[in-house]
Design a protein around this ligand. Structure first.
Ligand code: FE2
Length: 116
């Protein structure tokens, strides 16, 4: 078994566990832009919450991937599972986001960003 086999992307629980990635489809090289990642409609209780979101970038043409961009850890009851990053990319690639629920495991989503 590989660790990647433990990451969910589909199924009945996807709707309120998969991270949602919002950013432009294409950006200019070296020009800053905003990336928002969040989980919608999930409880935020001590016994059941999205504990963290991690964001990675697969940069096309790079020898080793991914690049870890950020990790945001959330305290249940007080913080909603949402993070906004200011990014600057030089090359096209794919943003990957992971959201971890303490009851329902790791969930992933991705979005390609074209850099010109
Ligand atoms: Fe959950």
């Amino acid at each position: 078994m590989r660790f990647g086999d433990l990451i969910y992307a589909e199924g009945e629980k996807a709707k309120n566990h998969k991270p949602i990635i919002e950013c432009p489809d294409s950006v200019k090289s070296g020009e800053g832009f905003e990336l928002r990642v969040y989980v919608s409609g999930h409880p935020s209780r001590v016994d059941h919450s999205i504990r963290y979101i991690e964001v990675y970038f697969y940069e096309e043409g790079r020898d080793f991937n991914p690049i870890k961009l950020a990790k945001a850890v959330f305290t249940p009851e007080y913080v909603n599972p949402e993070v906004t990053l200011k990014l600057k990319l030089e090359k096209s690639g794919t943003i990957f986001a992971l959201a971890y629920c303490n009851k329902h495991g790791l969930w992933e989503s991705s979005k390609r960003v074209k850099v010109s």
